[in-house]
Each structure stands twice: as C-alpha cells, then as structure tokens.
Write a protein that binds this ligand. Structure first.
Ligand SMILES: Nc1nc2c(ncn2[C@@H]2O[C@H](COP(=O)(O)OP(=O)(O)OP(=O)(O)O)[C@@H](O)[C@H]2O)c(=O)[nH]1
Ligand SMILES: [Mg+2]
Length: 360
C-alpha cells in the first residue's frame, strides 16, 4: 500500500507536477518512511540538469545573486530549481519548512522552484539530503539547479560538493573573507565571485583572490615562497604578477581549469551575464575533459560510503539497545570490569564472524 502511494508520487513528479516535487523533497528532508524507495525510483531519471553550488559568508549577497541567475536562465527559456540549504539551523524533527517564496522577481513563476532545507543532527545527513533533493529536481526535469549555502565549514563544503560547479561568493573590503577561504573552500572553488563590486575595495579583493588561486594552482609558486633560492631561478612568472587576461594565449597541454574571478553587483544584475558565461565555460570544460563523469562517479562513491556509514551506525545502535544500552557498558568500563576495546570487540564479534564466514 505504502509502496503504491510512493510510486504514484514518483509518477506525478516525473509528469511535472510541482506539488509532487515539493512533497518528495519534504519526505527527503524529514527522512519519512518510504523516502528511500522514492529516491531509488527517481535515480534512473536523473543526469540531465547542470548543478551549481553557491557558498559564501553571511550577507555576501548569495540569495540576491541566485535570484538574478535564476531569472537569467528563465529568460533563456530554461527551467530552474533552487535549494537553499541552511546548515546552522537545527532540524526540528517533523516540522517542515514550507516552500519559501522569496524571489520577488520570480513569484508566480513556477518554473523557478524554490525550496529551503535545514540541517539535521546526524553527520553528513545534510549533504545526502541535498544530493537527494537535487535528484528530485533533476528527475522532475529542471534544466538548472542551484544550491545556495552559507558559510565555509565542513558541512557546507560537503553540501556544495554535490554540485558540478562550485561558486564562492566574496564581498569586498573584508580581508578576513579571503583569509577564511584558505580553510577548505579555496580548494573547491571553480569560480570566485566578488559581489558588491559597487563597494570600495572590490578590485583589491579580486587581486587577493587571483593571487591565492595562482599559489594554489602553481606548486612552483609555493616553492618560491618556501625557498628563495635555486628553484626560483627558472621561474618565468613570479607570483603576484599573474593576471587573468593573458591566459588566453597560453596553450595548455592538458585541459585544466583555472578558477576564474568574476565581479558582480547582484542588486542591479551587473556582471551576471559574465558569470553565466564563466559557468558555461566551466561546464564545457567538465564535459570535454571527462571530469563531469569522474565527478559523478566520485559523488556516487561518496553517497554509498555515507549511506553505509549511517546504516551501519543505526544497526550498531540497535545492537547496543538490544544489549541493554550503552550506559551499562559505560559503568562497567568505569568500574574497571571491562574496557572500551573489549566492549567493542564483544559487540562487533557477530558481525566480524559473519563477514569472515562469508569470505571462506
Ligand atoms: N551594495 C550592494 N549590496 C548588495 C549586493 N548584493 C546584495 N546586496 C545586499 O546585501 C544584503 C544581503 O544580501 P543577501 O542576498 O540576502 O545575502 P546572502 O548571502 O544570501 O545572505 P545570507 O543568506 O543571510 O547569508 C542585502 O541587503 C542585499 O540587498 C551588491 O552587489 N551590492
Ligand atoms: Mg541567503
């Protein structure tokens, strides 16, 4: 019976019914019974959308930029789905956020489907839920999917990594922002956007970013930093002099992507067309270099690992409960009746035996 309801929901989603799409994402977000069957069913219908992840510090202008991007794509006749992921707000369990209708410029235009999702307690749960929601939008038939998430912690990195292209939004003037990028986000940014280019310090921020990208992509530049000696001699481009304009005439032996820096004023839409073009260039690069497929494989591997971890964890919790809960074990450890290694050995024994038997 439940199965039939789910299949019907999937069918309606595939038929392009927005209400079904919203319900599926709600089920994914709340991990309500049957959501796994739904995601399993829609999986075969995915793989058509291009997915952009946008991250950056609070108030950098992500939502404003996403609105403009969505509008741009809509004006080109493409359909758009937006998921705003908020890793900081704790999931309240059961209470589900309604679809946020935020985009003033796009209200009533259901081809821009907007949805917010909040964090769940368990580790990695949010990136899995995001990936599943992306699948729902993809299977529905959205051409463009945009994921917006605030911040630069591991959670956000994981969330944004579910995208094909990662955009990091920076606002000018705060050197802190650029410093913050060193912690993980710089490595995964394909396109850096200096938004609020109408404000002071934008060109300086652009220069700082380009410098960091240069150091990241040219190991020799790093060597120069370490030893001001022999290695630097053969280096024909000293760090700090790198400009983006002269890279067109450098033929590359392998297709490599050098992260681009784009300036925008999200409030007026200035620079959006350049951003769209850069995103398109990156997508072309991904497709032609084979990285698109490679990324898909890596994502699938990560999804499998994540699910295995959480499912094994659940089995272990159940096993612990069956054995009277962890408190008794803990007390026994404190009372020196046993120790954590021995407990672990004991609890896992049946599993280990089972796997070893199968190997024989
Ligand atoms: N001057 C100027 N202000 C901007 C620009 N882009 C966005 N803003 C303003 O910056 C503020 C924050 O914009 P949002 O789009 O909400 O920023 P956000 O990154 O989504 O913020 P959070 O989701 O809260 O992290 C708003 O008041 C915007 O109007 C810009 O290019 N120039
Ligand atoms: Mg926002």
């Amino acid at each position: 019976m439940g199965q039939a309801v789910e299949s019907d929901l999937v069918e309606r989603l595939l038929d392009g019914e927005h209400r079904a799409l919203a319900r599926v994402i709600t089920k994914i977000e709340s991990q309500s019974p049957g959501y796994r069957d739904i995601v399993s069913e829609i999986h075969a219908h995915t793989g058509h959308a291009s997915v952009v992840g946008i991250t950056g510090s609070p108030g950098a202008g992500k939502s404003t930029l996403v609105d403009k991007l969505a509008k741009f794509y809509r004006d080109q006749g493409e359909t758009v789905g937006v998921i705003a992921v908020d890793p900081s707000s704790p999931y309240t369990g059961g209470a589900v956020l309604g679809d946020r209708i935020r985009m003033a410029s796009n209200v009533g235009d259901m081809d821009v489907f907007f949805r917010s999702m909040s964090a769940r307690g368990q580790l990695g749960g949010l990136s899995t839920a995001t990936a599943d929601a992306v699948k729902a939008l993809d299977a529905f038939g959205k051409d463009r999917i945009i994921i917006e998430t605030v911040g630069a912690g591991q959670n956000e990195v994981d969330v944004v990594k579910t995208a094909d292209t990662v955009v990091v939004l920076v606002q000018p003037g705060s050197g802190d922002d650029v410093q913050m990028l060193k912690a993980g986000i710089l490595e995964i940014g394909d396109v850096f956007v200096v938004n609020k280019a109408d404000m002071e310090g934008a060109s300086r921020t652009v220069a700082e970013l380009e410098e960091m990208i240069h150091l990241r992509d040219d190991p020799r530049a790093k060597l120069d930093m370490g030893h001001h000696g022999a290695e630097a001699m053969g280096d024909h481009h000293g760090h700090g002099e790198h400009t983006d304009d002269d890279q067109d005439d450098e033929p590359e032996p392998d297709p490599v992507w050098t992260p681009q820096v784009v300036e925008t004023i999200a409030t007026t839409g200035e620079g959006i067309d350049e951003l769209v073009e850069t995103l398109s260039d990156h997508y072309t690069y991904l497709a032609e270099s084979g990285e698109l497929d490679e990324k898909a494989r890596q994502r699938a591997a990560e999804e499998i690992r994540q699910l295995l971890r959480s499912d094994v964890n659940r089995l272990l919790e159940r096993e612990l409960d069956d054995r009277g809960g962890i408190d008794d074990f803990a007390s026994a450890v404190v009372d020196k009746e046993t120790d954590p290694y021995a407990v672990t050995e004991d609890v896992l024994e049946p599993l280990r035996e089972c796997l070893e038997d199968r190997d024989d």
